[in-house]
Design a protein around this ligand. Structure first.
Ligand SMILES: Nc1ncnc2c1ncn2[C@@H]1O[C@H](COP(=O)(O)OP(=O)(O)OP(=O)(O)O)[C@@H](O)[C@H]1O
Length: 253
C-alpha cells in the first residue's frame, strides 16, 4: 500500500463496487484536496452515490483503496469506520431524514451531542446554523410540522453544525424548490470556505456543479474526465479548463 499525496484529504485508487452483482464502480481513482469543493457529476445510475458512500466509509469497496489523510479507510473495521464518520464526516442525503420524536434544534444538534458536546452548547450552535438557513423560527417544531424543503434545510444545518472535515452532499437540493437552491447552496459553500470544510458534492445538475472548484465526471461507474474551474485569482473567471491542475481522476478501466 502506498500512502496518498500529502495535500489530498481523501484519495481513492481503483475503486470497484457491485450492488448484488451489478457493477456500480469500475476502477475509479481520484483525489480530493484539502478545503476544495469537488463536484461528482454524471447521469442517473452512473455511480455518484456509490462513490460517495465508498469514500465516506459507508460501503467497503470490493477492490481498491480509500485513504483519509494518511489513514487507510478500506482496511478499517466497522466500529473504527463508524467513529470516523461520526467524528470527521458529515452527510446530506437527497431526501430529508430526521428523527420524528426530536424537535428541529435537537435534530440539528445531534452530531454535536453524539461527540459529547453539552446540551446547552449544542443548542446554541444548532440555533446559529438554523438561523443561517432561515429556519430558526421553527427550532421547536417537530419534523412533521415542516414542509419537505424546510426539513431539507434542517438536514443541511445538521450536516454543518459539527464542522466536519469532509462533508458529503448527495444531490443536496433534490428536495428543494428551484427558487431555494441558491440560498441553500450559498450557505453550504460559504460555510465550507469559512470553516475549511472539504465538500464532495454529487449532482447531475451542471449549474450546481459550476459552484465547485473542480468536477469529476462518472459514466457507467467509470471516471471519464476531470475539470478544474480556475478561480478569479487565475484571472480567467470561472471558465472550465479540461484536465487542469493534475490527473486527479483517471480513466482506469
Ligand atoms: N442498493 C442497490 N441495489 C442494487 N443496485 C443498486 C443499488 N444502489 C445502486 N444500484 C445500482 O448501481 C448503479 C449506480 O447507482 P448510484 O446510485 O451509485 O448512481 P447515481 O449516479 O448516484 O444515480 P442517481 O443520480 O440516480 O442517484 C446503478 O445502476 C444503480 O441502479
Amino acid at each position: 500500500m502506498v500512502a496518498p499525496p500529502d495535500n489530498d484529504v481523501l484519495w481513492a485508487r481503483g475503486l470497484t463496487y457491485a450492488h448484488d452483482g451489478s457493477p456500480a464502480l469500475q476502477g475509479v481513482s481520484m483525489g480530493v484536496r484539502d478545503g476544495e469543493i469537488l463536484a461528482v457529476t454524471g447521469p442517473r445510475g452512473s455511480g455518484k452515490t456509490t462513490l460517495l458512500r465508498c469514500l465516506s466509509g459507508q460501503l467497503v469497496p470490493r477492490q481498491g483503496e480509500v485513504w483519509f489523510n494518511s489513514t487507510p479507510v478500506h482496511t478499517m473495521g466497522p466500529l473504527t469506520r463508524e467513529r470516523l464518520r461520526r467524528d470527521r464526516f458529515g452527510w446530506i442525503d437527497p431526501e430529508p431524514v430526521l428523527v420524528p420524536e426530536l424537535n428541529v434544534w435537537e435534530n440539528t444538534a445531534l452530531p454535536l451531542m453524539l461527540r459529547g458536546t453539552g446540551r446547552r452548547a449544542a443548542r446554541t450552535a444548532a440555533l446559529e446554523w438554523l438561523e443561517r438557513l432561515d429556519i430558526g423560527s421553527s427550532a421547536r417544531k417537530r419534523p412533521h410540522g415542516l414542509l419537505q424543503s424546510e426539513r431539507q434545510r434542517v438536514v443541511v444545518a445538521r450536516a454543518l453544525v459539527a464542522t466536519p472535515t469532509v462533508l458529503f452532499a448527495d444531490e443536496p437540493t433534490a428536495a428543494l424548490h428551484r427558487t431555494e437552491h441558491a440560498h441553500v447552496l450559498r450557505t453550504l459553500t460559504a460555510a465550507a470556505r469559512s470553516h475549511d470544510i472539504t465538500v464532495v458534492l454529487a449532482t447531475h445538475d451542471s449549474e450546481i456543479a459550476s459552484l465547485a472548484d473542480r468536477t469529476v465526471s462518472l459514466l457507467d461507474g467509470r471516471c471519464v474526465k476531470t475539470v478544474r474551474l480556475p478561480s478569479a485569482a487565475d484571472g480567467e473567471g470561472r471558465a472550465a479548463a479540461e484536465g487542469g491542475g493534475r490527473a486527479a481522476c483517471s480513466l482506469s478501466a
